[in-house]
Design a binder for this molecule. Structure first.
Ligand code: SAM
Ligand code: SF4
Length: 328
């Protein structure tokens, strides 16, 4: 069985696996101020997460990114990392984190075999940081980034969601921060997940607008660097930092999409911008330990991966999941 092909002949090689819907932050674009989190029994156990990862890697998936919610609020996250790094077909295990717990956890994650880290950082202004995350402390995240570097993580990438009137005046500061620390950075357009009423379209800042701000200071050249993902990467003449743009609104990348997501409830999401899902937790709990059955269900599901995402912004298209529940 495998490789995982869909009916548009796209090969799925990349899994984003959510390990929790919980988080110590409440970022304004990601979740509500007072979110309702899942009960423990609704959430995949460590063993179930490992079995899903095993099934995908046996079907040809070579890259897994752990995400959430905030993966590092889950207390057995380092055990999960250690278990997944034993999977023979896995080439890269990475994690997206808000960085708040890295001062404590970066060394053990490195020792457990985690290959790469993406760390989210939207602003370098402590007050704005606390406002955007509704409670986060900037100093902890910066200390976390430095701890990750000290632990030996290379090619750390920052993720920054840019919102007009909130942090669009900090694009150059964020780039300078990366230049000083030899980090890469990806600028992400806000995606309309969750309640649309909470989002003013006026704050939407397109990748082209962010790029124009950068080009006034640092002319960019398109790089051949690709990370098997939707980002397009650019470089400055005098730095080896890569600058990426993830543009779900303004640049359609669906035709080369090679990824799927599994939520912490075990829902296999075939596309971030569609509601279709297949319940892998139900399969796992009805047939415990049956990896062959799991593989069969996954293969059949992938065949039906939608051709493209649909963030139309119209009411009937609105994706009702918040990002923390989706697995960003
Ligand atoms: N808690 C971790 C973190 O913040 O890095 C991992 C999960 S978070 C959902 C993953 C990424 O999704 C973050 O970089 C975050 O900025 C991004 N994100 C969250 N909500 C988003 C939205 N509505 N549009 C675009 N990106 C979003
Ligand atoms: Fe938490 Fe990450 Fe969502 Fe922010 S973006 S609320 S850090 S899950």
């Amino acid at each position: 069985m495998g490789p995982l092909l869909d009916k548009f002949n796209r090969k799925v090689e990349y899994l984003r696996l959510s390990v929790t819907d919980r988080c110590d932050f409440r970022c304004v674009y990601c979740m509500s101020e007072d979110p309702c989190f899942l009960d423990k029994k609704q959430v995949l156990s460590l063993e179930e997460l490992a079995q899903i990862a095993q099934a995908f890697t046996e079907l040809g998936v070579s890259k897994i990114r752990l995400t959430g919610g905030e993966p590092l609020v889950r207390s057995d996250c380092d055990q999960l990392v250690a278990a997944l790094t034993q999977l023979p077909n896995l080439r890269e295990l990475s994690m997206t984190t808000n960085g708040s717990r890295l001062t404590k956890l970066a060394p053990s994650l490195k020792a457990a075999g985690l290959s790469r880290l993406n760390i989210s950082l939207d602003t370098l202004d402590p007050q704005k940081f606390t406002a955007l995350t509704r409670n986060g402390k900037l100093a902890r995240v910066i200390a976390g980034i430095d701890a990750a570097k000290a632990a030996g993580f290379e090619k750390i990438k920052l993720n920054a969601v840019i919102l007009k009137g909130q942090n669009d005046d900090e694009v150059i500061d964020l780039i300078n921060f990366c230049r000083e620390r030899s980090l890469n950075i990806a600028f992400i357009e806000e995606m309309p997940l969750g309640e649309i009423s909470a989002r003013a379209s006026a704050r939407h800042c397109s990748s082209d607008e962010v790029r124009a701000i950068i080009e006034q200071v640092y002319p960019l050249t398109l790089s051949s660097e690709r990370t098997a993902g939707p980002a397009r990467y650019y470089q400055m003449a005098d730095s080896d930092c890569y600058i990426g743009f993830i543009s779900p609104h303004s640049h359609n990348f669906c035709h080369e999409c090679n990824r799927v997501r599994v939520t912490v409830e075990g829902q296999l999401l075939l596309c971030l911008g569609n509601e279709n899902a297949v319940d892998l937790k139900a399969v796992l709990r009805a047939h415990p330990g049956d990896i062959a059955m799991l593989k069969q269900v996954i293969s059949q599901a992938i065949w039906h991966k939608p051709q493209q995402h649909d963030f139309g912004g119209h009411e009937h298209n609105q994706i009702l999941r918040f990002m923390n529940a989706t697995g960003g």
